[in-house]
Design a protein around this ligand. Structure first.
Ligand code: NAD
Ligand code: RBV
Length: 476
């Protein structure tokens, strides 16, 4: 990039775009992507050509919590270009108008990729009300930008108190949604408990994550679920990509960018070797970490062993680990007994949906001293220091620079959400009030669209092969 000097820069028209820490600069017919270290670098490059107001926009665009609409819009525009599957669905929806007259209530992580999903639903004729599904994962500038889109109300706010969080959920429910799209089931829970008067108008819902699906299944088993919900999380096109690669890359990058510590050579303890744990272990190993897995399922523990990881109890791992990441969807995975055994400087984080995996409450109540940094709280226990990232909330979204899953992965998850929402409008009234699987044809449609977007072709079965696969007579 050495040819890109200040002279070139001053010649660049002021239509260039800044998104996060990447500068997108049109030079002649080409687009240049320039990674920047932060707002100072950016403003130094642009210092000669930008007005004060534009500089302020750029400063905000480089933060998760930017507080203006322009930076939110730029983030959404950035995400949109890497979401080809959703883009195809949006074109289809714009023609078909499957959501004409339909109100959709959503509680998801409100950031740029989610905004592209919202735009897709609106293109299909929906009225959307949205709020966050975690007090720390909202990007305020994106929430503001969404709020300025016609047919959308966004109530999400980063750093919401519990009261503000439920106020957001109540606002969404005030819109009397006919379809719910949840991540973690807080919206459906509130609907079935505090706002039961709205249940009759709901056709059905979609659930994004493993923990939400667990809760829904428990609710259905208790006979309490009153409308059909599609378990978007459980379908292959979601969890083989989002949970595995999405969590793997985004949790890893959030930990690295928050702490700036080296991963190579570290003992990284991963609690839970499910979809998320497998992805994280693979990515950590790729960077040279010594991966240690803790599990409660004997079969899954054996998988971890044969995948080349060390397997031990958390009690044992506690004294060996340098970095800990919980991905169990369970509660109380790292607690007092483990903190007491940890090395000085151990880093604890959680990638599961709720902040119950690492017992931060115990640390808050028992630490001799607490030091708070941006995204890192340090607790002194006896003579040792234990660092907790993002208050034990999901590390890939709740750390100050956590961007959530990579865009291409959310393209798949949100394509599924869009198609499942349309499925609910079409068929929801005839579905039982239970947890339903994503129809296979929709899962395959998303896979096909993604392959087409990548320019990849695959074989199809010949008539011979179909007959062979269906026969039982042909053997030795
Ligand atoms: P999963 O069911 O595939 O895996 C969970 C694993 O944890 C299982 O193998 C289970 O045996 C194990 N486990 C349960 N209790 C344990 C304990 N006490 N100690 C050790 N292991 C234990 O679930 P998943 O799809 O990997 O999701 C895990 C969590 O991550 C859920 O809360 C889910 O909602 C969340 N999630 C987060 C993100 C993100 O963006 N951070 C993405 C996807 C899923
Ligand atoms: N998730 N969303 C993002 N919008 O950036 N990143 C992760 C995003 C979802 C993911 O699908 C997972 O199942 C859920 O968040 C956990 O809350």
């Amino acid at each position: 990039m050495d040819w890109f000097n200040n002279e070139d820069c001053s010649a660049v028209p002021v239509t260039k775009r800044l998104v996060g820490c990447i500068l997108v600069v049109p030079v002649n017919e080409n687009i240049l992507l320039i990674p920047c270290n932060g707002p100072n670098t950016i403003l130094r490059i642009y210092g000669r050509v930008l007005s004060d107001a534009r500089q302020k926009t750029l400063r905000n665009a480089s933060r998760n919590t930017g507080d203006n609409m322009e930076s939110g819009r730029l983030k959404i525009e950035w995400a949109r270009q890497y979401m080809p599957v959703l883009s195809r669905i949006r074109e289809q929806f714009a023609k078909e108008q499957p959501f004409a007259g339909i109100r959709i209530g959503m509680a998801l992580h409100v950031e740029a990729k989610t905004a592209v999903l919202v735009e897709t639903l609106v293109a299909g004729g929906a009225e959307v009300a949205i709020t966050g599904c975690n007090p720390l994962s909202t990007q305020d500038d994106v929430s503001q930008a969404l709020n300025s889109v016609r047919h959308v109300r966004s109530y999400a706010k980063r750093g919401a108190t519990v009261e503000e969080y439920y106020a957001g959920i109540n606002h969404v429910l005030d819109s009397r949604p006919q379809i719910t799209i949840d991540d973690g089931m807080d919206l459906i829970h509130h609907l079935h408990t505090a706002r039961r008067e709205l249940l009759d108008s709901v056709i059905g819902g979609c659930e994004e994550t493993t923990t939400g699906v667990h809760r829904l299944r428990a609710m259905a088993a208790a006979g309490k679920l009153e409308f059909p919900v599609i378990a978007v999380n459980d379908t292959p096109m979601k969890r083989h990509f989002d949970n595995v690669h999405g969590t793997g890359e985004s949790a890893l990058s959030a930990i690295m960018i928050t702490t700036n510590v080296l991963i190579a050579g570290k003992n990284v303890v991963i609690a839970g070797y499910g979809f998320c744990g497998k992805g994280l272990s693979q990515k950590m190993k790729g960077l040279g970490a010594q991966v240690i897995v803790t599990e409660i399922d004997p079969r899954t523990a054996l998988q971890a062993h044969m995948d080349g990881h060390r397997v031990m109890t958390m009690e044992k791992a506690a004294s060996v680990g340098d970095v800990f990441i919980t991905t169990t969807g369970n509660t109380s995975v790292i607690t007092e007994q483990h903190f007491r055994r940890m090395k000085d400087g151990a880093i604890c984080s959680n990638a599961g949906h709720f902040n119950v995996e690492v017992d931060v409450k115990w640390l808050e109540e028992n630490a001799g001293e607490i030091t708070r940094r941006d995204g890192i709280d340090t607790y002194r226990i006896n003579d040792r220091h234990i660092h907790v990232l993002a208050q034990g909330r999901l590390v890939n979204l709740a750390t100050p620079k956590g961007m959530g899953h990579p865009i291409e992965v959310m393209d798949l998850s949100f394509a599924l959400q869009a198609l499942c929402a349309r499925y609910i409008v079409r068929y929801g009234r005839s579905l039982s009030p239970a947890v339903h699987e994503v129809p296979t044809n929709l899962d395959e449609e998303v896979a096909r669209e993604k392959l087409a977007a990548l320019g990849l072709s695959i074989d199809s079965l010949t008539a011979d092969q179909i007959a062979y696969m269906q026969s039982w007579e042909i053997g030795t």
